[in-house]
Write a new protein. Structure first.
Length: 195
């Protein structure tokens, strides 16, 4: 388990192939020919802050499994609104010839994440659901995680992933505020992939 296919915990900050339209926060990613409009009042997360968050996530997975992780994720963007509402997109290499079946990889990652959440937050209730959903006519593997803390705070984490040739694209929506979660989900579901 030297490698993990999950950008929520393991992204490296690299803003590549992406531009922002100054007025609308419309982003276009050339690699995936993808356009998304970021919700109002969401702001960029600086690379140092995001890297620290990712390091904590990597540490949690490594402590749970006792193995070092190799991170190959490239961050496309990270935006936030408030303290616990984040929208992050990334990609990483994935070659089915060497990395195996993509659907099986998604299942393995989902199980690893569930076990990590359970091990690192033993007092919280962790519920997960996996599905396939269409975004702009394309199928995405989806992991929906709902973490209920003892103080009744609920953290939602939605991970949408898809293989494009030999690149895995993922977008992660993490939120405690339902309204902000809906804004992020609407932005994602209304985004477009040119074909």
């Amino acid at each position: 388990m030297k490698r993990i296919f999950y950008g929520l915990f393991c992204s490296v900050i690299l803003l590549q192939g992406c531009w922002v339209h100054a007025d609308k926060k419309e982003l276009y990613n050339e690699d995936f020919r993808w356009t998304i409009t970021i919700p109002e009042k969401f702001e960029n997360v600086d690379p140092e802050t995001w890297e620290k968050m990712q390091d904590r996530g990597i540490d949690a997975v490594e402590r749970t499994y006792g193995e070092e992780l190799i991170n190959q994720a490239n961050t496309i963007f990270v935006f936030k609104s408030g303290q616990l509402n984040y929208m992050e997109a990334n990609y990483q290499p994935f070659d089915p010839e060497t990395d195996g079946d993509y659907s099986e990889s998604c299942k393995m990652v989902n199980e690893m994440l569930y076990e990590t959440f359970k091990a690192q937050m033993p007092d919280a209730r962790v519920d997960t659901l996996t599905t396939i959903e269409k975004i702009d006519g394309l199928d995405f593997h989806v992991l929906k995680t709902k973490i209920t803390y003892p103080n009744k705070m609920i953290l939602n984490a939605l991970m949408f992933s898809r293989l494009f040739d030999k690149k895995e694209f993922s977008i992660n929506l993490i939120y405690v505020n339902e309204e902000k979660g809906e804004q992020m989900l609407d932005a994602w579901k209304n985004s477009k992939f040119a074909r």
